[in-house]
Design a protein around this ligand. Structure first.
Ligand SMILES: Cc1ncc(COP(=O)(O)O)c(C=O)c1O
Length: 458
């Protein structure tokens, strides 16, 4: 018996030898190696990396070309002071400009998503100063969003639960509602509702004072309880219109959705809406090495190009090994037609929608590209959640591991806001190289896990 009180294998018992690791997850499995979409533990047991880490592994694990590109750079030099012109840094920014939409042709390189978002705040603030709007400094974002773990990005993230301990240290910027399909009034179309939800931005700008608002920050799809809810185009079109009306810059956080996750290089392309600033990480290097970037428009870049000083710089931002990985990743996505494969496998993945919804606990199945979210509840009709003592989410993760499936199950359940009566999101976002057979196998393991879990928690 484990601490969960269920009959689970010994391999899923909490591991004592890891106790010196800060904030260790007691059910972590020691991984020995990875290949393609699979991870293997010390005993040779195979797991499907069904969520690609936290949505960051877009390429297969152990890709020979990625290893070769990183090793080749390592053979030359691992690192130089940023004042030394690293040719790969220029090459990566040139290649990035080829794939970013519109005139988002200039990039500031960092080493992760939180750094990218934090840097975007500073770029937005300074761009407003460059334009003569010295009072504009606030960043508006969504309730229940997630944008990172540094203090400013945590402040912009919209979860009161994660703010709790740090409130005095966080910027006090406003949050607005997200687009959600769950509270759309009957008789109102998605397109109409998209416009209504976007108008929350105009209201917030009005009450904050347009002269104080520097930027609006959001992910292309929903976050938190609405994770992967894809808004209609009207939502983003209206947001763009409002930003333009009030000289507010639009920052699209594409840390998760960028580099092919939704079937196009960047998700915002699918709305036909061009942001002023785009934040990138995760898929940018498929997490082979830490990497991130902020892509900015020509008009934002111009004053900096002409000499405006940007007070910024991270020691490992745009690290040579990361630039080597980033260049090769773009080449691999092109050569192996991974955007096309993402779109094809998305069809296979979402063809399981009805069979998933047939489970008594699956309240919703949503997403796009190779990003599928299940929302799990005890009772779909009453929207009742599982009793905390059942530790339903931990058990779900443990059973998934037993069945050879690594899922990014959030431990959001215990912290969920009862008022919203929403379920536990469970995420599927495998490497973009997944084949049809592998997609079927992954969904079979998910189906088995759901059935076993339901027998224990219902
Ligand atoms: C949308 C979004 N932005 C930013 C971040 C922060 O990225 P990182 O964990 O690389 O700092 C995350 C991480 O999950 C994210 O999902």
């Amino acid at each position: 018996m484990t601490s969960l009180g269920h009959n689970l294998p010994d391999s899923l018992q909490p591991h004592d030898e890891w106790r010196h690791v800060f904030s260790y997850h007691p059910m972590s499995v020691p991984i020995a190696r990875a290949e393609g979409i699979y991870l293997y533990d010390d005993n040779g047991k195979q797991y499907i990396d069904a969520s690609g880490g936290p949505f960051s592994v877009n390429l297969p694990h152990n890709h020979p070309r990625m290893k070769q590109a990183i090793a080749a750079q390592l053979d030359k030099y691992a690192y130089t002071h940023p004042v030394m012109a690293d040719p790969l840094r220029a090459e990566f920014c040139r290649m990035l400009a080829e794939i970013t939409p519109g005139d988002l042709d200039h990039a500031y390189l960092v080493s992760g998503g939180s750094e990218a978002v934090e840097t975007a705040f500073k770029i937005a603030r300074q761009a407003q100063i460059n334009r003569g709007h010295a009072e504009k400094y606030k960043i508006i974002s969504h309730h229940d969003s997630y944008h990172g773990m540094t203090l400013a990005t945590l402040g912009a993230s919209g979860s009161p639960g994660s703010h709790a301990h740090f409130v005095p240290m966080l910027p006090k910027w406003p949050h607005i509602r997200q687009y959600s399909d769950f509270d759309r009034p009957e008789g109102t179309s998605r397109d109409e509702w998209g416009v209504v939800c976007a108008q929350a931005l105009e209201t917030a700008i009005h009450y904050e004072g347009p002269q104080t608002v520097a930027a609006f920050l959001a992910t292309p799809h929903g976050c938190g309880p609405d994770y992967a809810v894809v808004p209609p185009k009207t939502y983003w079109e209206k947001i763009r219109e409002i930003c333009d009306r009030y000289d507010v810059l639009l920052i699209a956080d594409e840390v998760v959705t960028g580099f092919g996750r939704t079937g196009t290089w960047f998700a915002m392309e699918q709305f036909g809406v061009l942001p002023d600033i785009m934040t990138l990480a995760k898929g940018i290097s498929s997490s082979y090495v830490p990497f991130g970037a902020v892509a900015v428009s020509a008009s934002i870049n111009q004053p900096f190009e002409e000499g405006a000083y940007f007070v910024h710089g991270f020691t490992n931002g745009g690290h040579p090994l990361a630039c080597a990985a980033g260049c090769e990743l773009i080449n691999i996505i092109r050569d192996e037609r991974l955007l096309e494969n993402c779109r094809a496998q998305s069809e296979v993945l979402f063809s399981h929608r009805d069979s998933l919804l047939a489970h008594p606990t699956v309240r919703d199945v949503r997403g796009w590209g190779l990003m599928l979210v299940l929302e799990l509840l005890k009772d779909k009709e009453t929207l009742e959640f599982f009793e905390p003592k059942l530790e339903a989410e931990k058990l779900f993760q443990a059973l998934a591991l037993k069945n050879g499936l690594v899922m990014y199950g959030t431990l959001y359940g215990p912290h969920r806001q009862p008022a919203f009566r929403r379920g536990l999101p469970a995420w599927i976002s495998p490497p973009l190289s997944i084949t049809s057979e592998e997609t079927m196998l992954m969904m079979q393991r998910l189906d088995d896990t759901l059935s076993e879990w339901e027998a224990m928690v219902l």
